[in-house]
Design a protein around this ligand. Structure first.
Ligand code: ADP
Ligand code: MG
Length: 696
């Protein structure tokens, strides 16, 4: 057996371990709980906890933790050791069923958006038995959901699980109509492609902006950026290759099926993609992957930047969420088969997604909102802030034929001729790829490409599952009441296509023309998160979440407030960091450089008749820019002081967006120009070239 086969999942309390370590009865009950989402009895939990503890101790673990995902996009953990003193100076190692299924962390310092006052600090974590426990840094981690004393979700996992249930309930109704009787659940599947940057840690440590904000707040354009497109899929540099090797090994031990890795478009940018899994597991695994990426990078004296836009002027990082639905028995419901035009069930699921995306564009936009992602969407490198769908030639032609009530003629797959006889011939895909679409059908799944690289996979999936559940509910209501299934089904497909075809766009989403065209079609285009967010609390959007029991109205309001607040806080931290760096690094550099030039100028003049044009011209330029710097700095500082903080989160976020952010942009412009003029020994911050080419 290969080493990897031997160690894959070795740190996971997975199915094989459970089978080996639990009695048949306990194992069966647990499996049933996992499959059906049932309640777990305490005696079963006790057995499982004990087996888990023994396994963890053998693997060297000393502590356990309820691992959860508060509304911060990152994970949280508080460790408890297994030790229990016996009174005679010795200890036992203990872990009970109660400790496994429920925890009570102090919830007061996690964002709750007003769901829980600080005096009601109590929060609960509850075991999610559908996601396996694992060992990380000698700690047994138990994936859990996190909620308030009154049962409101304070995390990402709870609504995600609820949304998966919602979709399952409605999808099963559709399957029944098509004669599937055995499957009781439909799951959603996700494969998340993750982009990131790797830079040298020594350089990183010299930039407060990277440390505090995850992105550079200034930096002049380097002589070489991504113009030559020579980084994408390029050969890996040895340090990067070593990092990836370690990363894969660590992820594999944790049962994360890391599969694909390559260099991305921007210098120092890379991507990792796992094999797809059930959505909540894929979500846990993506959180885990992001965390492990950072710690492995550290081990290699590198820093992994997950921010959406670490560097201006070159591509930022996203997370492509590949999404589909599958039956319990593993049949992909978005698999068109060889004859999609005859596959009514496929077409129905497909148009359910089309209807959902068109009707709830705003929610999808909101699901990827955030200060970081605002730098990408609409900046000609990532899909625009306009939500639209790419279906490819064949599916579009099928839908057009249905719309026009004409016959669809399937095209034979065309043999592709590559030109050299030694190369194999293979059938050409019936659609090309479209890299610019925010929501693309890619053969047997959709790829949602708007999410930011730091975002939890949960956010977009909560929305996607809920809105597709709503389409399916409407379809099922109609078709269950039908007396002529075939006729009503055809009618339903036709009318849905007619109503929602405006969302389909197969062209270049990065073009100016598309912005105009989309506006004509009535599609939303909210470039800034602050402008996009208010739609979250529209009655229509609250209603869809409430109807499917994914969020209560108060849970939505709390999330809305948290998103706005976190937007304001992000900009504030960035502004403060920028001010600090300008005062402590840029201003002194200006002064020292000017001082040296004027000293030289004075000396030259004293000594006699030397040409001084260069010194004078430099001094004039830098003096002018210094004045602009001074003004811009003051304006930025003033803008923060006048920021509204009187409890109106939307007004505050708007102020940060429209005033503070703009002042920062002005300040950045001056700093970047100064960087191009001032000698490098005066400029204390690593430049873009230093950062982007720091790893060899
Ligand atoms: P590309 O870069 O061409 O988009 P990748 O291979 O990098 O392709 O990523 C494709 C992702 O889609 C992988 O994570 C893969 O496992 C995932 N995927 C494939 N089939 C499904 C499916 N049915 N549901 C969800 N994700 C899927
Ligand atoms: Mg992709």
């Amino acid at each position: 057996m290969n080493d990897v086969q031997g160690t894959y999942g070795s740190l996971v309390f997975n199915d094989a371990v459970m089978q080996a370590r639990l009695s048949k009865d306990v194992y069966k009950t647990l499996k049933k709980t996992m499959a059906k989402g049932l309640h777990l009895e305490l005696d079963v939990a006790n057995h499982v906890a004990n087996a888990m503890k023994n396994w963890a101790l053998e693997k060297g673990a000393t502590h356990f933790t309820h691992w959860f995902q508060p509304m911060t996009s990152i994970t949280a953990e508080k460790h408890d050791s297994f030790i229990s003193p016996t009174g005679d100076g010795k200890i036992l190692m203990e872990f009970s069923g109660k400790e496994l299924v429920k925890g009570e962390p102090d919830a007061s310092s996690f964002p709750s958006g007003g769901l829980r006052a600080t005096f009601e600090a109590r929060g609960y974590t509850a075991w999610d038995p559908t996601s396996y426990a694992f060992i990380k840094d000698s700690v047994l981690c138990i994936p859990t959901a996190f909620c308030s004393y009154s049962g409101e979700a304070l995390d990402m996992k709870t609504p995600l699980l609820r949304s998966m249930d919602a979709l399952s309930r409605q999808a099963v109704r559709i399957l029944r109509l098509f004669g599937t009787v055995n499957d009781e659940r439909v799951v959603t599947t996700v494969g998340a492609e993750q982009e990131y940057f790797l830079i040298d840690k020594k350089e990183y440590m010299k930039r407060l902006d990277l440390i505090c904000c995850g992105r550079t707040l200034f930096g002049a354009r380097p002589p070489k950026g991504q113009e030559l497109e020579d980084h994408y899929f390029g050969a890996l540099k040895p340090r990067v290759a070593a990092f990836m090797k370690d990363l894969n090994e660590e992820l594999w031990k944790l049962g994360v099926p890391a599969k694909t890795q390559h260099n991305e478009v921007a210098p120092a940018q890379h991507e990792i993609a796992p094999v797809f899994e059930t959505t909540n597991i894929a979500t846990d695994h993506n959180q885990l992957a992001m965390e492990i990426m950072k710690s492995i990078a550290n081990r290699h004296d590198l820093t992994c930047l997950l921010h959406e836009k670490p560097f201006a002027g070159i591509n930022g990082s996203g997370k492509h969420i590949n999404w589909s639905m599958a039956t319990e028995s593993g049949i992909n419901l978005l698999e068109p088969g060889d004859t999609p035009y005859e596959n009514a069930q496929f077409l129905l699921f497909l148009i359910a997604v089309i209807k959902a995306v068109d009707e709830y564009q705003e929610l999808l936009r909101i699901s990827v909102a955030g200060a970081g992602n605002d730098h990408r969407l609409g900046a000609n490198e990532a899909p625009p802030a306009i939500v639209s769908m790419f279906l490819g030639e064949e599916l579009t032609a099928i839908l057009e034929a249905i719309d026009a009530e004409s016959e669809y003629h399937s095209r034979e797959k065309i043999q592709m001729e590559i030109g050299a006889t030694v190369l194999p011939h293979f059938p050409k895909d019936t659609t090309d790829r479209n890299r610019t679409s925010p929501f693309a059908f890619t053969g047997n799944k959709f790829e949602f490409r708007m999410a930011g690289s730091t975002a939890s996979v949960a956010g977009p999936n909560i929305v996607l599952n809920t809105i597709v559940a709503e389409s399916l509910r409407i379809f099922a209501d109609k078709l269950e009441a039908s007396t002529d299934f075939k006729k009503d089904l055809e009618e339903l497909i036709k009318s849905t296509i007619r109503k929602h075809k405006r969302i389909i766009f197969n062209g270049n989403n990065y073009s100016e023309e598309w912005v105009t065209e989309a506006e004509k079609r009535g599609l939303r285009n909210k470039v800034s998160s602050v402008d996009a967010l208010p739609a979250f609390i529209l009655p229509k959007n609250i209603a869809v979440f409430e109807k499917h029991k994914v969020y209560s109205a108060s849970e939505i309001h709390s999330r809305y407030d948290i998103m706005l607040e976190s937007y304001s806080k992000t900009i504030l931290i960035e502004a403060l960091t920028m001010i600090d760096m300008v005062k402590k690094g840029v201003v002194p550099a200006c002064i020292r450089y000017q001082n040296d030039i004027s000293e030289l100028l004075g000396r030259k003049k004293k000594l006699g008749d030397f040409p001084t044009q260069m010194e004078e011209s430099m001094l004039t330029k830098i003096s002018r820019l210094s004045l602009a710097l001074h003004r811009s700095l003051e304006e930025t500082e003033d803008s923060i002081l006048t920021a509204k903080t009187n409890g109106d989160h939307l007004a505050a976020a708007r102020f940060y967006r429209e005033i503070v952010f703009n002042k920062m942009s002005g300040l950045r412009q001056v700093v970047d120009e100064l960087e191009t003029l001032i000698g490098s020994e005066y400029w204390t911050y690593p430049t873009y070239s230093d950062l982007l080419y720091s790893v060899n």
